[in-house]
Design a protein around this ligand. Sequence first.
Ligand SMILES: Nc1ncnc2c1ncn2[C@@H]1O[C@H](COP(=O)(O)OP(=O)(O)OP(=O)(O)O)[C@@H](O)[C@H]1O
Ligand SMILES: [Mg+2]
Length: 447
Amino acid sequence: MKNEPENQRTTHHEEARHQVMKKTADTDIQEIQRKTIEVYSKMLEQANRNAEEKIKALSLLRQLGDSLLCAQDLKKICKVILEVIVGEFDAKNCCLMLLDKKKNELKVYAAMSQMEEGVKYFDDSDEILFSLDESIASLASSQKQSILLPATEKDDRFIPRPGGHVVRSILCVPLIVKGDVLGVINLSSPVPETLSEKDERVMKIVSDQAALAIENSLLIRDRVRSERMSAIGNMAATIIHDIKNPMGIIQGYSEIMAEPDTSLEEREEYAQVIKNEIGRFVAMTEELLEFARGGESRLNIEAVTVSDFIKSITPFLERDFAEKNIVLETFLEYNPTIDIDFQKFQRVLFNIAGNAREAMPEGGKLTIRSFREGEKVALSIHDTGIGIPGNLVKKIFSPFVTHGKAKGTGLGLAIVKKIVEDHKGNIAVTSEEGSGTEFTIKLNARA
Ligand SMILES: Nc1ncnc2c1ncn2[C@@H]1O[C@H](COP(=O)(O)OP(=O)(O)OP(=O)(O)O)[C@@H](O)[C@H]1O
Ligand SMILES: [Mg+2]
């Protein structure tokens, strides 16, 4: 080496330096590569987890989507939400609370548990109440933010409810629409560390959808309620108007009864008239209450012949029609026994006859017929009144359809149809403007 020329020595030196540098660079590159791979794999892992979470959220949304879009009924909506949550999350218990804004209280509306079948509703009971300063749910509601306690024993915000489920892991997600809290969905498990931040993120997406559906159904419910309330007001007005008839009759007959020369037989007869009119009055008010409750109506079925039934209403109709110059005719061609709720069916005829009376302001004729229609008996009620305009005929059995009356609620025929259908019968109408209208009811007859 010593004898090497200067320039050759330099070359070797550079080569060696090059080698060292190359080696260093190789290790650097390896290191960089290793680190890059590590970063990538972490990113991939994260992306994977994100994708998994997104897929879960999407699958939940898909499960919720259609059912929530179609459902308007609050119970159905809560059922869909709770079933999806209990099926997809590791929560043993899940409940949906609604905020009573007036009382500032969260109230459990529906609950579901992995241990029990089906959803339980607490709509009208005050059984389970959470006062707003006590529970995690209330905190989530007041802070308008979801709260996750993976392990409740490590968090002093959690106060166990005596007698309640064992709760070691809890997630409360508020239901918010346009900044307004509607309620809270509460997921809990008796095992610590069951509910995670991932669950919290997915649940936020679920709760957004749920809140929209719930708000929608609450709006519809409120609208129906207020429509029903104003309808009840109107209906009360017509009923009060209708009550004047029986009241007038009761007053008239009781005055005659008070006269000293009224015979015992007459008194008995008038007492019966009064009793019947009171019955009619009670039936009217009951109908109003039933509608106000909006529930299923119960039938009080009894067996009666068509002719006995018609005879029970004709005296009332004659009295109501007398001063209106309306003649009443009945033709009972077929007289089988029918199973009906007597009072309700009287209301059917009174409603139809009441409309007929209003359609014949100048007087006319009302004809009631009974005839055979295959296995059934048909009752037709025909008037010679103004008739129903063509475009209205199809709609008259729908609630709130009224035409040409200052005080009509449009409920009379809707109630008629409901009563007839509750009896497994049907009702149809034909009408000609200017000449008259006929309603035909078909009912099962006893063989
Ligand atoms: N016999 C009839 N002749 C002509 N129009 C009728 C007859 N029966 C019903 N209608 C029409 O159908 C509409 C609906 O009748 P419906 O009894 O349901 O309601 P309404 O009589 O208006 O109110 P209410 O609830 O007080 O009975 C009436 O407003 C009227 O225009
Ligand atoms: Mg009517």
